[in-house]
Write a protein that binds this ligand. Structure first.
Ligand SMILES: Nc1nc2c(ncn2[C@@H]2O[C@H](COP(=O)(O)OP(=O)(O)OP(=O)(O)O)[C@@H](O)[C@H]2O)c(=O)[nH]1
Ligand SMILES: [Mg+2]
Length: 490
């Protein structure tokens, strides 16, 4: 049997493999009609270029086997360089299309964990332990009217209020209810010179380093009976002291790191290997961080690339942690929403820590409400109405949780309604892994509905009937308030 091998070169862009195949088959038929004259290249050149750009132009080589005979009994056409099917070819063509500008997702400052903690930080004797006890509804925090009553840190898990969780509990009436939690740590007071060891100095700073976010309690209440270590009440001075001490400690830490990197680079071979290159990049970032700190700015207020954020996250810097300013007012000032320091504090934050959140509250009021209305929801409501005010504890906990970029999804059923804490941008398998690590390893997909859809439609079956419970794969990033059912393999 005589065979003719024809090498057809088709320069094309954007043609589907099926069209290419049709064109090649036609060329083979034409060539057999011309009795073994080698076929002209089928549609070559710009005529075949579709509207796609020249960049996307490629050359496909086709090997056509043509049997000589009355008819072409068989021809097969396939891309020369690949044995993959049309789907792979389509993917390749898509990859050759002009690239869209890829927006890099901003990395988050801080530890990449779901188990994050907020530390209660501030000058001594400003009400930190009192706030800690109110939030955690326990008396672990050592409250006393003298500075440095707290030495060792105390830790408690406080529940984060969420009206969505309450609504879901109403709907499912579960046997067990588990809300979202935030870990809070009561930390010793900080004084001027702490970065060089004054007061509880380094001890205190090590405790701050161990948490992920900061509740900074600022004293703005007057009470001659409560000693202030600096002699008088001046929240601006106190805020300056705290931020300066944290910055000084960071600068000291970063300088050490810079020296170590310089030393290692001096000992480097001189040949630009990958390790040296990475070290050089790290040194550049560390130097940039040091310059920022020396200019009086906090690390969290800098502009960083994702690579720089990776380096910064390894340094566990104090000023990289998110801060929520909690201004402790007297009960009277809080209720009348007036205090001479408040506008100055706001202006200081706008200038020195723009974007950080300020929450005025009153330890004295919160303490009284917690004691007088411990098990009396209705009484508490009536008292707050009478005073024309509200408690800030829920808002404080919610803000601390959000400052750490924490969100939660729900699992719901008659046995349990539960909120599972994850970090923003967590992909579905990792989110499932919060329940059990096996769920991440054997993840198949998630059946996911949106809380708002459930609330609007009233029941799971209605959400399903409306096609609003959707199956999401590994690439899906969980949104705050999603209601998830995981499907995992064996
Ligand atoms: N009048 C008044 N006293 C307060 C207020 N908040 C706290 N105190 C009192 O201040 C004293 C110190 O409170 P703590 O909660 O122990 O303060 P701290 O910041 O934890 O103190 P250290 O652990 O020593 O740094 C206690 O006697 C509190 O009762 C307030 O809003 N008004
Ligand atoms: Mg204390």
């Amino acid at each position: 049997m005589q065979c003719t091998l024809s090498l057809l070169s088709i320069e094309l862009s954007g043609l589907s493999p099926e069209r290419v195949a049709r064109a090649a088959s036609k060329a083979l038929r034409d060539s057999s009609a011309r009795s073994l004259r080698p076929p002209a290249p089928v549609r070559s050149g710009p005529c075949c270029r579709s509207s796609l750009s020249a960049q996307a132009t490629t050359t496909f080589l086709f090997l056509a086997v043509q049997r000589k005979g009355p008819a072409v009994t068989r021809s097969f056409v396939r891309p020369f360089s690949s044995s993959l099917g049309p789907q792979a070819s389509r993917r390749r063509l898509a990859a050759m299309a002009p690239k869209k500008a890829v927006v890099e997702k901003k990395a988050l400052l801080g530890r990449p964990s779901n188990n994050l903690a907020v530390g209660v930080v501030g000058m001594p004797n400003v009400g930190k332990s009192s706030l800690f006890n109110i939030m955690s509804r326990c008396d672990l925090g050592k409250v006393a009217n003298f500075p440095y009553a707290t030495i060792e840190p105390e830790e408690a898990r406080v529940s984060v209020p969420d009206e969505r969780f309450d609504w879901l509990c109403e709907l499912y009436k579960p046997a067990s209810k588990v809300p979202a939690f935030l870990t809070c740590v009561d930390i010793a007071g900080l004084t001027k010179g702490a970065s060089t060891g004054a007061g509880l100095g380094n001890n205190f700073l090590a405790n701050v380093r161990a948490v992920d976010g900061i509740f900074q309690v600022v004293r703005a209440f007057d009470d001659a009976d409560v000693i202030h270590v600096e002699g008088d009440v001046d929240p601006i001075r106190d805020m300056e002291i705290i931020s300066q001490e944290l910055r000084l400690k960071d600068a000291e830490w970063v300088e050490k790191k810079q020296d170590a990197l310089k030393k290692s680079l001096r000992g480097a071979t001189g040949t630009a290997n990958l390790r040296d290159k990475a070290m050089k990049e790290e040194l550049d970032t560390v130097t940039k961080v040091l310059e920022l700190l020396q200019s009086g700015r906090d690390v969290r207020k800098g502009t960083w690339s994702n690579k720089e954020i990776d380096v910064i996250n390894d340094l566990l810097l104090l000023t990289a942690k998110p801060v929520t300013y909690l201004v402790n007012l007297s009960e009277r000032d809080y209720i009348r929403k007036k205090n001479k320091w408040l506008p100055k504090i706001k202006a200081w934050i706008d200038e020195n820590a723009p974007g950080d959140i300020l929450i005025p509250f009153s330890v004295a009021l919160e303490e009284r409400l917690a004691i007088e209305f411990a098990d009396d929801e209705a009484g508490l409501k009536a008292e707050l109405e009478k005073l024309g005010t509200q408690s800030q504890i829920g808002k404080i906990m919610k803000t601390g949780y959000q400052s750490l970029s924490l969100i939660h999804y729900f699992t719901c059923g008659p046995d349990e309604v539960r909120a599972w804490t994850i970090r923003k941008d967590t992909p579905a398998p990792k989110a499932a892994g919060v329940i059990h690590t096996d769920f991440e390893k054997t993840f198949v997909c998630g059946e996911i509905m949106n809380y708002n859809d459930l609330k609007e439609l009233g029941s799971e079956s209605a959400v399903k009937a409306a096609g609003k419970q959707q199956q999401k794969g590994k690439g899906y990033e969980i949104c705050d308030g999603d209601i998830c059912y995981w499907k995992c393999g064996a």
